[in-house]
Design a protein around this ligand. Structure first.
Ligand code: GTP
Ligand code: MG
Length: 421
């Protein structure tokens, strides 16, 4: 079934945190009042949310980039910057999120499940936060943290929402080719389709979409193994809606009424529950003159279509969407589980030391970058704070482990210094 896996990439960029402000109160009789620089706001997150309304990853293939907005900088008079707005991105239930190294980081198995794909950066502290007894006039503030910026691989095992069931050569593949993105082989002889085709149907742009399966034609005795269709009946077991496509031309050996009776009987023999699903009775090739014979003899069709001329194809498409969404609405949460195990892999944080050259080291990692994120790196007080923070992150230990010697050049982001343990 591997050909039914939908794949796409997601590039999630969360908002950056706003910077803290450096500001001093203005008072009539004091040259420089106390610090009153407010904090920056946090950046917004990029959040994924599972939704039945989406059936494929097509929208990510069109455009993989999803971003949230930045936090606003703090300002004077202790005014905090506003938080950035988070972005909620709908993904189909059944989506598996993997890192670029192909490790599973999240699976969406139930409706409305949410997960943060990229965390917004924290807003920086304003200079008011750095006021101490010894430090009356801190001349620096914290920069906002950079929001996470991460690529993911997305995978989805496509499941049919609607199955087209019919005798060979009735036009199933032709129909799926005009309503969906599937491009199956079409030919005027029975058993053209040898394997199921899945196609995604988009209705109203991308607000609602569903997956249609075109399976090989069924014939009398299919449930007992006759023809090809039997092998593929299992593909329609999970379909929410069935469409019986009946040939109105003279090329089928049975009239439509007989066709549907045989099809239902075969499904009944295979798995009786299949007949409890909502279904539509659709006449195919309705534009042919010979079709009028059946259309007037009292048998009731839900739709009489022509995939070739497009007759009634649009209303059929909408009706299928309606039945699918009704069915999905009644589905219990958590009915579909794709894998037994869910592995959560935290996004790398902390600090990492890499040796670049003789006694030259580069430090990366989110926490290390945050630690040096102060506005004025020449301010001695600011340097003391950075020193304390890096100590807390065990920078000294990590540098020793990496083989650094006193005097080594150490680079963290834009900040370079000579290391004295
Ligand atoms: N006149 C007319 N011919 C159609 C229509 N739809 C399909 N056909 C023709 O019917 C033949 C069979 O079409 P397919 O779509 O391959 O039929 P199928 O049901 O997928 O057939 P199998 O894969 O063999 O089960 C082709 O020659 C199509 O061009 C239609 O609406 N009107
Ligand atoms: Mg076909």
């Amino acid at each position: 079934m591997s050909e039914f896996i939908d794949e796409a990439q997601l590039h999630a960029k969360a908002g950056n945190g706003g910077a803290g402000a450096v500001s001093f109160r203005r008072e009539a009789h004091v040259a420089k009042g106390g610090p009153d620089g407010g904090d920056g706001g946090d950046g917004g997150d990029v959040i994924l949310k599972a939704s039945w309304a989406i059936s494929s990853l097509l929208s990510f293939r069109d455009q993989p980039f999803r971003r949230a907005t930045d936090g606003v900088h703090g300002s004077s008079k202790n005014r905090f910057g506003k938080r950035g707005k988070s972005t909620v991105v709908d993904v189909p239930v059944g989506t598996v999120v993997k890192s670029l190294e192909n490790e599973i980081v999240k699976e969406f198995t139930v409706q409305n499940d949410t997960w943060v794909a990229a965390h917004g950066g924290k807003g920086g502290f304003g200079n008011a936060r750095f006021l101490t007894n010894q430090r009356r006039a801190p001349g620096f503030a914290e920069q906002g943290e950079v929001g996470e910026d991460i690529w993911y691989n997305l995978e989805l095992k496509l499941m049919a929402d609607v199955a087209l069931v019919g005798f060979p050569n009735v036009g199933k593949s032709t129909l799926i080719s005009v309503i969906s993105n599937a491009k199956p082989k079409i030919a005027n002889y029975p058993f053209t389709t040898l394997r199921p085709n899945l196609g995604v149907v988009k209705v109203n742009g991308s607000i609602s979409e569903y997956v249609v399966a075109d399976i090989p034609g069924l014939i009398e005795g299919a449930a007992d193994g006759k023809g090809l269709g039997f092998k593929f009946l299992r593909h329609i077991e999970r379909a929410l809606v069935l469409v019986f496509l009946l040939d109105l031309s003279t090329s089928c050996e049975h009239p439509p009424e007989k066709q549907v009776a045989i099809l239902k009987e075969e499904l009944q023999k295979y798995r009786p529950e299949l007949l409890e699903r909502p279904f539509l009775i659709v006449g195919s090739k309705a534009e042919l003159p010979e079709a009028s014979k059946y259309l007037n003899d009292g048998f009731n069709f839900d739709f009489e279509i022509s995939a070739v001329t497009g007759l009634h194809v649009e209303p059929l498409k909408y009706k299928m969407a309606e039945l699918v969404s009704d069915q999905k609405a009644t589905l219990e949460e958590g009915k579909i589980a794709i894998a037994d195990e869910t592995v959560f892999k935290p996004v790398p944080k902390g600090l990492k030391v890499q040796k670049i050259d003789e006694n030259y080291f580069v430090v990366t990692g989110k926490d290390a970058l945050s630690a040096i994120g102060l506005s004025d790196l020449n301010d001695p007080d600011a340097l003391t704070i950075i020193d304390k923070r890096l100590n807390k992150l065990n920078l000294n230990k990590e540098l020793l482990k990496a083989g650094a010697e006193p005097g080594a050049t150490v680079e963290i982001g834009d900040f370079t210094f000579n290391w004295e343990p």
